[in-house]
Design a protein around this ligand. Structure first.
Ligand code: GLY
Length: 563
């Protein structure tokens, strides 16, 4: 990142002040902790830690288990971002296992002859699916950073797929939402609709095809999915159903290691997801914008107004500039610079909402359900993983290539289907995020670490376009002294530039705050649904306390153990 001399001088001082504090404050956590969206996934990770695995082995086990027991949210047909901290090297790495567009994909592939988006074309069925990255990510993590063989870390997931898991209310709710997507694909229905209809809560769902696919991955690593039998089943299944995948698309898939976005703000180091995620840049920008305001001195409506204005501007930049960094030039240094944020701050009035249409950029031409999963891991050596995994909306594309047990993602909808036309999350974008062969679609997934002299927080959440603002609000709370329970329990609100409205969970804005924000010109919309399913692990250097907390909105499980 380029900096001018003044900022470099200040930054050097800040780092010089912070590093000794970090170094002397911490030793080792002595306990391991996992917070994930499903009890069986957390158990899988603990089992692997108990066998001598490190946080990265545990992350393989949790990620693979979630693919089996939380099939609406992520899986071998999807993609993932893994933010890693290797304690012994004091190094952070971002492992990008995001899906890519197939080789035959084109910028206008979802438009009709009139140039308008074909309804649901980028959401349902095999044409909606990008080439999966999660299986390659699991192999990569185990080979490069794990201590145990891949097969050992995949064993719990294979067991769950063979023996079955008990369908939760959440599993079944997703089936209700997405019947349009899967009803014409018999392989999907055979697994999830055993008697031809949505089963009762507690029904045991077995996935023998998925167990075999996982076993081939365990036996043969990358080639066990991206070449050979699994690849043939996937490609034949997709093409027979009208999709465009080829064997080369799979064989050529590559995991990419990237430098995370790292910024310092008010004594906290924020380490988060770089492009093709929009999370890290947006978080950095919003924090820098707010740094120029004395938020604590303000009444709560004004404080929330300024937080909303920071959100508005970060999402405007997301829409205008962001895409796959291997295809487009992204002005990362500028967008994450405090001086850039200072310029944006100058456009904010403390007593009045900005109209999104008054900001230069792009505006939508016109105006579901979101699914993804996040888990956080800390091992007793201080290694950390923040992982956000996705097949996009509930049960992804709803398409399962016969014989694989793999539900394919519908992540192609995260591309810009047509400039300035909102996607499923009502996000808009420009050519920076247009479809091209082999390109990664822009994401909001934001696995994040926060570090200060107080300790460490490992966090993230599902929630489509709201992921970034949820991580932002939780991060602000932690920076203000909150603990893990307070971070996940926090009521959430969100603004994403367009639609020009503040959408909020029940209780997130008090009646006074609603009145104050409305007077300033904000459009408020209370959501009937809860936002996200955050999983947080924290480690307090002073007390040595390690906490793992799952979101009260979900059904996850957290566990802290001495290993
Ligand atoms: N599919 C959700 C995201 O990556 O942002």
């Amino acid at each position: 990142m380029k900096t001018d001399r003044k900022t470099a001088f200040f930054g050097t001082w800040l780092i010089a002040l912070l590093l000794p504090l970090l170094a002397c404050a911490e030793s080792l956590p002595k306990q391991a902790a996992i917070a994930s969206a499903d009890p069986l996934a957390t158990k899988a990770g603990m089992e692997i830690l108990g066998q001598g695995g490190n946080a990265f082995d545990a992350a393989v086990a949790v990620g693979a288990a979630l693919a089996v027991v939380e099939p609406a949210s992520s899986g071998l047909g999807g993609g993932a971002f893994w933010l890693l901290h290797i304690e012994a090297e004091d190094r952070n790495i971002f492992v990008d296992a995001r899906e890519v567009a197939p080789g035959a994909a084109t910028a206008d592939m979802y438009l009709d002859k009139q140039g308008e988006p074909r309804p649901h074309a980028s959401l349902d069925g095999p044409l909606a699916a990008g080439i999966p990255g999660q299986p390659a990510g699991l192999v990569f993590l185990a080979d490069r950073y794990g201590r145990l063989p891949l097969a050992q870390s995949l064993a719990p997931a294979i067991r769950y797929a063979e023996n079955g898991f008990s369908a939760s209310r959440r599993t079944l709710m997703g089936l209700r939402f997405r019947s349009r997507a899967y009803e014409q694909w018999p392989a999907f229905s055979k697994v999830f609709l055993p008697d031809g209809e949505i089963p009762e809560t507690g029904t045991v769902i077995r996935q023998p095809d998925l167990a075999r696919t996982l076993q081939r991955l365990a036996d043969n690593g990358f080639d066990g999915y991206y070449r050979g039998e699994t690849s043939k089943l996937l490609v034949d299944g997709v093409r027979d159903a009208g999709g465009i995948w080829t064997a080369d698309d799979l064989a050529n898939y590559k995991v990419i290691e990237r430098e995370p976005i790292v910024v310092e703000n008010r004594g906290v180091r924020i380490i988060s997801a770089p492009p093709p995620s929009s999370g890290g840049i947006a978080l950095a920008n919003m924090l820098h914008v707010l740094a120029g305001f004395d938020l604590q001195a303000m009444d709560s409506a004004t404080r929330k107004h300024l937080i909303i204005e920071a959100m508005r501007r970060a999402y405007r930049d997301r829409a205008k500039y962001l895409g796959d960094p291997d295809f487009v030039d992204i002005p990362v240094a500028r967008l994450t610079h405090p001086y850039y944020a200072a310029g944006q701050r100058g456009s904010i009035r403390t007593d009045q909402a900005t109209r999104s249409t008054s900001l230069a950029g792009i505006w939508p031409k016109q105006s579901g359900g979101t699914q993804t999963t996040h888990f956080s891991v800390l091992d007793s050596e201080g290694n950390r993983v923040a992982a956000t995994l996705s097949i996009n909306t509930w049960y992804g594309s709803g398409f399962m290539p016969p014989g694989t047990g793999v539900i394919l993602n519908n992540e192609m909808d995260d591309f810009v289907i047509k400039p300035a036309t909102p996607n499923e999350y009502e996000l808009i974008g420009t050519t920076a995020n247009e479809i091209a062969p082999g390109k990664r679609m822009l994401s909001s997934m934001s696995p994040t670490f926060l570090e200060s002299d107080r300790g460490v927080a490992i966090l993230g959440t599902p929630g489509g376009s709201r992921i970034i603002t949820m991580v932002f609000l939780a991060g602000l709370e932690w920076m203000g002294g909150a603990n893990a329970s307070e971070m996940v329990g926090l009521k959430r609100y969100h603004h994403q530039f367009f639609p020009d409205e503040v959408v909020f969970e029940k209780g997130a804005l008090s009646p006074d705050e609603q009145e104050g924000l409305t007077e300033m010109g904000h459009q408020l919309k209370e959501s009937r649904r809860a936002f996200g399913n955050m999983n947080v692990v924290t480690w307090d250097y002073e007390t040595g306390k390690v906490e793992a907390v799952t979101d009260p909105r979900g059904r996850g499980e957290d566990e802290v153990r001495v290993y």
